[in-house]
Design a protein around this ligand. Structure first.
Ligand code: PGA
Length: 225
């Protein structure tokens, strides 16, 4: 296929530090070192430091991401995790996930500010869009199409429709955009999504939590690259 494929694990509010490290030790040795495969794990903020250390020591081909970051830099912003501090630990940040938009009142304007913070601090922003109409902030080159009906429901979009939405997103926002699909991705359906010409990978919630299942997903994708 010869394209770069992203596999991004979004753990959401799951796994304490020991559970996180167990996952890394089970998954790390099974990820193939391939320039075309980009595997990223996005744990809770609390897990980030230990996860990063364990990946570095094991020399595993896994990048680390966060699930959010502050729209502000360092300073008097109680309770926020700012990009100039996070960039010691992470390569990527998931921004504008629908769960943040729904539960934490995150707006397109806030997402755009977070993207700005990520970019000036050398963190790759991965913005979640819920449809082809969701605005893509300036400078953002990696997005995930995640229809709300498909998240955590076991009811994924079809790979054909996801491909069409990805194509419209590229038409609107530039052909350089990489578009991932997220929403009820499993080992059984991942191949269909990554085989679509406009889809550059997957963002996985529930099915990323089980180490064995996640390895299976990575192996399915490796066969398609
Ligand atoms: P899911 O979640 O794989 O559990 O549907 C995906 C996501 O919310 O990013």
């Amino acid at each position: 296929m010869n394209k770069t494929i992203w596999i991004i694990a979004n753990w959401k509010s799951n796994k304490n530090i020991s559970e996180a490290l167990e996952w890394i030790s089970q998954v790390g040795p099974h990820i193939s070192k391939d320039d075309n495969l980009k595997v990223v794990v996005c744990p809770t903020f609390t897990d980030l430091s230990e996860v990063k250390k364990t990946i570095t020591v094991g020399n595993f081909p896994i990048m680390v991401g966060s699930q959010n970051l502050s729209p502000f830099g360092t300073g008097a912003y109680t309770g926020e995790e700012s990009a100039p501090i996070l960039n010691q630990l992470i390569n990527l940040a998931i921004l504008g996930h629908s769960e943040r938009r729904q539960n934490f009142g995150e707006t397109d304007e806030m997402v755009a500010k977070k993207v700005e913070q990520a970019l000036v601090n050398n963190i790759t922003p991965l913005v979640c869009v819920q449809s082809a109409e969701t605005p893509v902030p300036q400078g953002c080159k990696l997005i995930a199409y995640e229809p709300v009906f498909a998240i955590g429901t076991g009811n994924p979009d079809t790979s054909e429709n996801a491909n069409q939405v990805a194509e419209s997103l590229k038409e609107k926002n530039g052909s350089g955009l990489e578009v991932l699909y997220g929403g009820s991705v499993t080992a059984d359906n991942v191949s269909a999504f990554v085989s679509q010409p406009n889809i550059s990978g997957v963002l996985i919630g529930k099915a990323s939590l089980d180490a064995e299942g996640f390895v299976k997903i990575c192996q399915q994708v490796s066969e398609k690259i």
